[in-house]
Design a protein around this ligand. Structure first.
Ligand SMILES: Cc1ncc(COP(=O)(O)O)c(C=O)c1O
Length: 348
């Protein structure tokens, strides 16, 4: 077993540790009481993020889960439903929060544009498919569809980037149909770095969007919800009700601002590392759109354990699927070493 310091952790981009520069920025942050909306560093981050995504306002939240759940609540009443992909984070990894906390129903479709995994779909948005599933608000029997949630990039889809034409089609239709669009943009930065589509374009195709700083951008914590000023005013009430009111968290917002300045421009490096890993492991590089590589058809528990014994941590997405995620704390040498270890284990 390797020393902890030698471990190459490819389980997720959430495992990154704040860099010395980020820690300095945190230590030097000017702070105030954020529940009173008086923390200047938080306010600056909120204003900057709102502007980046072309929205009126924004609110700092402790997690992407809180950003998503409040975001969906802003556009969906209890007893109504949010429609989304079956592999979406909001229905897979948020512990039924929409139902448990807000009385929001969720309904899923297995998204169908991906040819991967026998065409079963990996979350790639098919606007028409979703539109056909929407249920009206004026029917005495049906659960009304108030919103559609879209994830970009898609986590369980192996970091795939949603096609802009599909996002646009969904958005254009939603304007005519009184259905809102929520964007789970935990990794919207990776989508942007990969596709070149401006963040403001992505933001302009959603009513509410939650974006995370604690994934590829490398902060210890922090997400921001963007929306209209009116919606963000309501969001502040929900955040406080959920126990998410925070005080002198400029120290955390400073890390996010630092990440925008220093880590957003380097995301392409992580994507390049993911492509290198894919190539080394015989995975079609075309399936690698951002910072994730998915190994299909492997004995996941066995591979994960053997890799760990040799100093490489990977995550098991299912019994036959392993996910590798590149990030700030994995440099080129580590990518090469991890590639060697996994190639040997998999006989590739
Ligand atoms: C796509 C996506 N959305 C939302 C989240 C939730 O973020 P958090 O862990 O900060 O609640 C994650 C976490 O990994 C994610 O991958």
């Amino acid at each position: 077993m390797s020393d902890a310091a030698d471990l190459i952790d490819l389980r997720s981009d959430t495992v990154t540790r704040p860099t010395p520069g980020m820690r300095r920025a945190m230590a030097e942050a000017e702070v105030g009481d954020d529940v009173y909306v008086e923390d200047p560093t938080v306010r600056a981050l909120e204003e900057r993020t709102a502007e980046l995504f072309g929205h009126e306002a924004a609110m700092f939240v402790p997690s992407g889960t809180m950003g998503n759940q409040i975001g969906m609540r802003l556009v969906c009443e209890p007893g109504q439903e949010v429609l989304c992909d079956a592999d979406a984070h909001v229905v897979t990894y948020e512990m039924g929060a929409a139902a448990a906390i807000f009385g929001i129903s969720t309904r899923t479709v297995v998204s169908g544009l991906s040819g991967r995994d026998g065409g079963r779909g990996h979350g790639r948005l098919d606007a028409q498919q979703l539109i056909e599933q929407v249920r009206p608000k004026d029917n005495w029997h049906l659960t009304a569809t108030a919103a559609i949630a879209v994830e970009n990039s898609h986590n369980r889809g192996g970091g795939l980037v949603q096609p802009l034409d599909q996002l646009q089609q969904l958005w254009d239709w939603s304007r005519t149909a009184d259905v809102a669009v929520h964007l789970d943009g935990a990794r919207i930065w990776n989508a942007h770095a990969s596709s070149g589509v401006p963040l403001s374009t992505y933001g302009g195709l959603a009513d509410t969007a939650s974006v995370c700083f604690s994934k590829g951008l490398g902060t210890p914590v922090g997400s921001v919800l963007v929306a209209s000023a009116e919606r963000i005013a309501t969001a502040r009430l929900w955040r406080k009700r959920l126990g998410g009111g925070m005080r002198q968290v400029g120290v955390l917002a400073a890390a996010c601002t630092y990440a925008l300045d220093h880590h957003l421009p380097r995301l392409g490096e992580d994507h390049e590392h993911a492509r290198l890993l894919a190539k080394r492991l015989g995975v079609d590089p075309a399936t690698v759109e951002t910072n994730m590589v998915v190994l299909e058809g492997v004995e996941a528990p066995m591979v994960a354990e053997a890799a760990k014994a040799r100093g490489v941590l990977v995550s098991q997405v299912s019994a036959s699927r392993i996910r590798l995620v590149t990030h700030l704390d994995v440099d080129r040498a580590a990518v090469d070493r991890a590639g060697d270890v996994l190639a040997e284990l998999l006989g590739r």
